[in-house]
Design a protein around this ligand. Structure first.
Ligand code: PLP
Length: 285
């Protein structure tokens, strides 16, 4: 079935959606994005995604094309028109179309706004039941990973390098410490039961799911340390997991060829996934 997508003020069949070849998103990856998950036809953590979108736009001196209320209305219209029950809504803002020049175009260049839906099971997935395998790959990305830009070739290359090693995803490594997964934040659980995940900085994306999961872990009296961890610590962990809007809490069962525990999703990852999904359903709007 052809989707209805949103492009610069219009809802159109995906085959008819058009963006200029001069769009700076296309020529310079001069754009930012958000991915909001949808459960039961409702938006999960929408306010958090809008706050991070504002931050990304501000960091790049880029204009916001529509306000929060209009953005929410567009999300809802796409859910209705595409009968989306479970999946994601992708949103991209670029600096718009202008003659090709490294300097930003004039302030009155209208930004481009594109949104589309992706229907996909998020709760009942084989990956969440069996866990995934990750492999270490050098982090070759730029220095402002806290801005959610569309320049995703480096993480794509990292993911392909991990797949070539038989893993499902990469855990990227910089200066002997894990930064994050190619499209998720990375966590280990030590043998003494402490959850360890890298602290926020320009080195990682400030995950919306990460914020919710750390809050829920604290509320459940779980021990959490926010600090960089090494590949050796990861391979010695009792369990591990990743978080993202598109996969919630996803258990990891193998790290760089080393099986964790009995090779099945660990109890803390499973518990956090359950709590997160229950809370996401309850809070979705
Ligand atoms: N880290 C990276 C590099 C990502 O690309 C993503 C999501 O796309 C995340 C972390 C997780 O962020 P969120 O929980 O907001 O989806």
């Amino acid at each position: 079935m052809s989707r209805t997508v949103y492009v610069n003020g219009e809802y159109v069949p995906e085959e008819e959606a058009k963006i200029s070849v001069f769009d700076r998103g296309f020529l310079f990856a001069d754009g930012v994005y958000e991915v909001t998950s949808v459960l039961d036809g409702k938006l999960v953590d929408f306010a958090g995604h809008m706050t991070r979108l504002d931050r990304s736009l501000n960091e790049l001196g880029m204009k916001r094309p529509v306000d929060d209320a209009q953005m929410e209305a567009i999300h809802r219209e796409l859910i209705v028109q595409n009968e989306l029950e479970e999946g994601m809504i992708y949103l991209q803002v670029t600096r718009g179309a202008a003659d090709r020049d490294f300097a930003y175009p004039s302030e009155d260049t209208p930004p481009s706004l594109v949104l589309f839906t992706q229907s996909k099971p998020l709760v009942d997935t084989a990956a969440s039941q069996n866990g995934i395998k990750v492999a270490f790959v050098d982090d070759i990305r730029w220095g402002r990973r806290d801005i959610k830009t569309v320049q995703l070739l480096a993480p794509s290359m990292c993911k392909m390098a991990a797949k070539a090693q038989g893993a499902d995803d990469a855990w990227m490594v910089e200066e002997e410490h894990v930064t994050e997964g190619t499209s998720n934040n990375a966590y280990i659980v030590t043998k003494s039961g402490t959850i360890v995940t890298r602290n926020l900085s320009n080195s990682i994306l400030h995950g919306i799911t990460r914020a919710a999961v750390l809050r829920l872990a604290a509320e459940s009296q779980m021990k959490v340390e926010e600090r960089p961890f090494t590949p050796e610590e990861a391979k010695d962990a009792a369990e591990a997991f990743v978080t993202a809007a598109s996969s919630f809490v996803q258990p990891v069962v193998e790290i760089d060829g080393v099986t964790l525990g009995d090779g099945k999703p660990g109890p803390i990852a499973k518990r956090l996934r359950e709590i997160y999904i229950a809370e996401a359903r309850a809070q979705a709007i």
